[in-house]
Design a protein around this ligand. Structure first.
Ligand code: GLU
Length: 561
């Protein structure tokens, strides 16, 4: 077996074993050129051998292909399975998960959910699915200043979109009495006191590891003050309940941190309260009372975990198993709720699902599937290393899901009308899905005048192939670009490296705006593509899009290439 033959055979067998079917000539060619750039000069020899190599592979059964690959290229064979093995392993096991787990997803209803939330939501969900148990959705709405009344519904909708296996939902705003009870118990046990110091004064003392005068309160005194707080005897900002931690703690943020505050300036829409628990108290209490076995949260919560561990210890509760995953940088979209809200108010963004935002609803609008987001964030996993979110990876995952069901259509961006002479009217037949006859053909009539993408005309190309039709030669007549029929030969177009471009006749060109993060693209599109709302299509040479609004013009949202 000469070298070229052996390289081709290994590439074809690897592909066949990996995808469980005989590969196309193009796939093998691509793989060989990628892994053996030195063979580019032998393209002719490769092409002439390819057919017989593919015949050889297709004459073997799947088992024979594996055996053959294993014998001639054990490393490549091994590499195929290594990857598979890695994929299957996925997330690391959690200790203490035998017999099921209780976990939670705990968003604040301050806006719709975004990619960062999706990571927490899907990671927890995956473990619930793996081990069985309860998945609690806990709406953390204890801070009226950070509650957006509309976010309750948005969070619910986003969770439905993600398809999480939530078993119960609780609202922290329904549980204030439980927080007060634990507050009383901590005070009674001497672990908390009511602090009436000015915030700045307290901060200064804390930085010097010094106790404030209130720290020496007896539990009885503290209890009385706490009850007075609850009755409304103190104004906002005047008092707070603090946990007695450790004034010598190397991290000042751990020293006597606050548990409750008085808040009267911002009413809460779900609860009538004067005293509000702060998140470390409410989170610790609920993680205990709801029986959380494992808490998976971002590294940005590590300090909170340490703070909460004091409460667990003082109350004599067992702590859950904590895992903190690394930070995830997400470029190219706006994620800050306040920035999004300001942009929506000013009219800069069309809404919470504006394509430039990193919200799940913005992704849904573009046709990104929840399963793709799930697959992408599960692949990132719960490692502690900080990472950059890869949009390319999300798009690849989405493509895996939508590609096989998305029919292909022509969308002509920035269309320019061009008269093409030299051909009788004909009807082009274009496959709805390449390689699948059963999905049928679109019929696109040619009768002289067509739309072509503006960018194609300004590129200076003189010889083009109109996809699924024929070749044309472009020429200028005054300010106008005109086309002239230049034969049917696809091979000629290929050998001239002519662009093969999408086109549309005037009679079959519906106006369509394609919404992209970079701005709107005006175009024309086959009416069939625009017949059904929510449909996901692939605009050939442009990319995948979701049909958002029917009409004239219709509106589609761009997903990715
Ligand atoms: N509500 C918190 C957040 O959305 C999560 C709390 C936690 O994981 O303990 O950041």
């Amino acid at each position: 077996m000469d070298e070229v033959h052996s390289v081709l055979l290994i590439a074809a067998l690897s592909n066949a074993v990996k995808h469980k079917s005989v590969p196309s000539a193009g796939a093998v060619m691509g793989a060989v050129m990628g892994t053996h750039p030195e063979m580019r000069s032998k393209a002719g020899e490769i092409k002439s051998l390819l057919g017989s190599v593919l015949n050889e592979v297709s004459s073997l059964s799947p088992e024979e292909r594996e055996i053959k690959l294993q014998s001639i290229a054990p490393d490549q064979y091994g590499a195929l399975f290594e990857k598979k093995e890695k994929k299957k392993t996925g997330l690391p096991d959690l200790p203490g998960s035998e017999g099921g787990v209780v976990m939670r997803f705990a968003p604040n209803p301050s806006g719709p959910l975004h990619l960062g939330h999706a990571r927490a939501a899907f990671l927890n969900d995956e473990y619930i699915r793996r081990y069985g148990g309860r998945y609690i959705l806990r709406i953390e709405d204890t801070d009226p200043k950070r509650v957006d009344p509309e976010a309750y519904d948005m969070v619910r909708e986003d969770i439905e979109w993600m398809g999480l296996s939530i078993t119960e939902t609780i609202f922290q705003s329904d549980r204030f009495s439980k927080y007060y009870d634990v507050g009383r118990e901590l005070i009674q046990k001497g672990h908390a006191y009511v602090c009436r110091c000015d915030n700045e004064v307290f901060k200064d003392l804390k930085m010097h590891k010094a106790a404030c005068p209130c720290r020496s309160q007896s539990p009885e005194e503290a209890m009385e003050l706490f009850e007075q707080m609850l009755e409304g005897a103190f104004a906002e900002g005047e008092v707070g309940v603090r946990l007695r931690t450790d004034l010598d703690h190397p991290d000042p943020a751990m020293r006597d941190y606050p548990l409750f505050r008085v808040l009267t300036s911002t009413p809460h829409q779900r609860v009538d309260a004067i005293v509000y628990p702060l998140m470390n108290l409410s989170v610790a209490v609920d993680d205990h009372l709801l029986g959380m076995t494992h808490v998976i949260r971002g590294k940005d919560h590590i300090a909170n975990t340490r703070r909460q561990e004091y409460i667990f210890r003082y109350m004599g509760w067992d702590t859950p198993v904590y895992r903190h995953y690394g930070r995830m940088g997400i470029e190219g979209v706006v994620l800050s709720t306040s920035q999004m809200r300001a942009g929506i108010r000013s009219g800069e963004y069309s809404g919470w699902d504006d394509v430039r935002l990193g919200t799940l609803r913005a992704m849904a609008r573009r046709g990104i599937q929840p399963q793709a987001v799930r697959n992408a964030v599960l692949e990132i996993g719960i490692g502690e290393t900080d990472i950059q979110f890869s949009w390319e990876n999300l798009y690849a995952k989405n493509k895996e899901i939508i590609d096989s069901t998305a029919d292909r259509f022509f969308f002509v961006p920035d269309p320019v009308k061009v008269r093409v002479t030299g051909s009788e009217p004909v009807v082009a037949k274009a496959m709805r899905y390449p390689g699948d006859e059963s999905r049928g053909y679109r019929e696109i009539p040619f009768h002289g005048s067509i739309f072509l993408p503006g960018a194609e005309l300004s590129s200076g190309a003189e010889f083009l192939r109109l996809k699924d039709l024929f070749n044309i030669r472009l020429y200028h007549e005054g300010d106008c670009v005109r086309g002239e029929y230049a034969g049917d030969d696809l091979q000629e177009a290929r050998s001239k490296k002519a662009p093969i471009i999408q086109w549309l006749p005037e009679t079959l060109a519906s106006a369509c705006i394609l919404k992209c993060a970079e701005g709107d693209i005006n175009g024309v599109c086959e009416p069939e593509a625009l017949a059904e709302k929510d449909r996901i299509v692939q605009f050939e040479r442009v990319g995948f899009a979701r049909i958002d609004t029917l009409g004239d013009p219709a509106v589609a949202y761009y997903a990715h290439r």
